[in-house]
Design a protein around this ligand. Structure first.
Ligand code: SAH
Length: 494
């Protein structure tokens, strides 16, 4: 399996910058062992004017079969021979996509620590894949790559046998793409579309495959006219996952049309590398930890303050022990997306009576929020300026006063563990601050004391012995039911 990426340049903007973008030095040959074979990266040409990187993946077909059988998913008995005699080793397939994401992992994310400006720039690219299985033929290749900003999309059918033209064409094409794109965008398109064209994804489809598809599709898939076909094939025609992907893409498209950012799984840094190992995304772990804390507090009527696009509201809704769920956010756009996610308009009366979405701000007291069992502030406080925190504190702990309050926020100490997060950067552009464990506890301890709550801390995600967990959660439980605090009034800073 073979793929080349070529770019051109000038003395000021040399083509060899491709080496920085790919994190692979043009003078060296890199060999990496992958789960399905060996990947080689080398540069057949590397001058300031023109530079080509080649990715060659050698697949061990026997190991491939053994791996499959070892996991109890060998083929049907009559397919026994086909398992050994097939095109896997030669044709670019989903295996090449996996190799691409492994070898060019950082490039795929559009990151370059040494030259951070480079990934942002579009540059002239030529991508060639000599043998690409294309179920749906050249016509489908054009439908898939056509809308993605390439100047040239060429898909030439490869004859079955050059000696016998009368035998007709094989199902392979030689693909050439030319245009001016950001390399990361091009790679992410290939990562998704190679397995789509191959249409026989080799690995197990797990639920987080949808997350991966949405991450790789960021910026191009939601608006793609074929996103239904792409999702279905990428997810190996798994009906429920495909439906899920299509709905989520629709939400992304709405948000894009609105000009707002979608906070799909909160951090792009939470990437999974190998398709075989599937860590649970941090956002999912956070939701699970919140649900567990709410259940153990025995909460039935719950506020989700700063609910964003309603992922937690949806999870709460699925559990009937939560009898009343209120999502509140300052952003109308986010609430519209949440309503769509929940399909509020299509719910029956009894179901829809369980959920309310409110627009409001945590910087002000709000009578509508009084009298609930619990309130969740998941990844919200860090979106407020520090000077606004006393107002939020009063609105939640002084005025609304639910029995239980859960507050989660990033633990900044953990940031050094995100391989791809440049030193000193916060995880999300809109974070006004990120706290250490000590800073968070100092704040939470004082809040608890001022308002008659006890507080405990729960780590979320991998709890690193040195730097702690990626997310920290404070669980506040009311001890004093008569609030005697003399905290500032509405909207006032302390
Ligand atoms: N709770 C969600 C969303 C976190 S993003 C989650 O865990 O995924 C932070 C959210 O806080 C955004 O939706 C933002 O609109 C909201 N927010 C920011 N300032 C706010 C304020 N003053 N009042 C209410 N919501 C606010």
């Amino acid at each position: 399996m073979f793929l080349t990426i070529t770019t051109t340049g000038t003395a000021e903007n040399p083509a060899t910058d491709l080496g920085f973008l790919l994190h692979k030095h043009p003078d060296r040959v890199r060999v990496e062992n992958q789960s399905h074979g060996t990947a080689h990266v080398f540069y057949p040409e590397a001058t300031a004017e023109r530079c080509t990187a080649a990715l060659l993946l050698e697949v061990d077909p026997v190991a491939l079969v053994r791996r499959g059988q070892g996991k109890g998913r060998g083929g049907a008995p009559d397919a026994a021979l086909a398992q050994y005699v097939n095109d896997r080793p030669y044709a670019a397939s989903s295996l090449l996509a996996v190799a691409l994401s492994g070898v060019f992992r950082t490039a795929l994310k559009g990151q370059c620590v040494l030259r951070p400006e480079l990934p942002e720039q579009a540059r002239p690219l030529r991508i060639e894949i000599p043998v690409l299985p294309a179920r749906g033929g050249a016509e489908l290749v054009h439908r898939l790559f056509g809308p993605l900003g390439w100047d040239l999309v060429q898909a030439e059918a490869v004859p079955l046998d050059e000696q016998f033209p009368e035998w007709g064409d094989s199902r392979y094409v030689r693909l050439v793409l030319e245009g001016e794109l950001r390399l990361a965008d091009a790679l992410r398109q290939l990562y998704v579309l190679l397995p789509v064209l191959d249409d026989s994804k080799h690995y197990w489809i797990a639920p987080d495959e949808v997350d991966k598809l949405l991450r790789a599709g960021d910026g191009w898939l939601a608006a793609h006219p074929e996103n239904g076909l792409i999702s279905s094939r990428y997810l190996a025609r798994h009906k429920r996952l495909t439906q899920d992907a299509i709905e989520r893409l629709e939400l992304v498209r709405l948000a894009e049309a609105d000009g707002s950012e979608v906070e799909e799984i909160d951090n792009a840094v939470d990437e999974t590398r190998d398709t075989e190992e599937r860590p649970v995304p941090l956002a999912v772990q956070r939701r699970e930890a919140i649900l567990a804390a709410l259940r153990s507090a025995g909460a039935a009527r719950v506020l989700d303050l700063g609910c964003g696009q309603g992922q937690l509201v949806q999870a709460l809704f699925k559990d009937v022990s939560f009898t009343e769920i209120v999502g509140m956010d300052v952003s109308v756009r986010a609430l519209n997306i949440a309503a769509k996610r929940l399909r509020l308009e299509r719910m029956g009366e009894r179901q829809s009576a369980r959920v309310t979405l409110l627009q409001g701000s945590l910087a002000y007291t709000d009578k509508r929020l009084a009298g609930y069992d619990a309130a969740v502030l998941s990844e919200v406080i860090e979106h407020l300026d520090l000077e606004r925190l006393p107002a939020l504190e009063y609105a939640v702990f002084g005025s609304a006063r639910p029995r239980t309050v859960l507050v989660t926020t990033p633990n900044v100490e953990y940031n050094v563990r995100w391989e791809t997060l440049p030193a000193g950067h916060v995880r999300h552009g809109d974070h006004r601050f990120e706290w250490t464990r000590e800073e968070f506890r100092a704040w939470a301890g004082q809040v608890a004391q001022r308002h008659g709550y006890g507080v405990a801390y729960v780590p979320i995600g991998d709890d690193d012995p040195e730097v702690g967990p990626p997310t920290q959660m404070a669980v506040f439980t009311q001890t004093d039911t008569t609030d005697t605090t003399d905290t500032p009034k509405e909207g006032e800073a302390a």
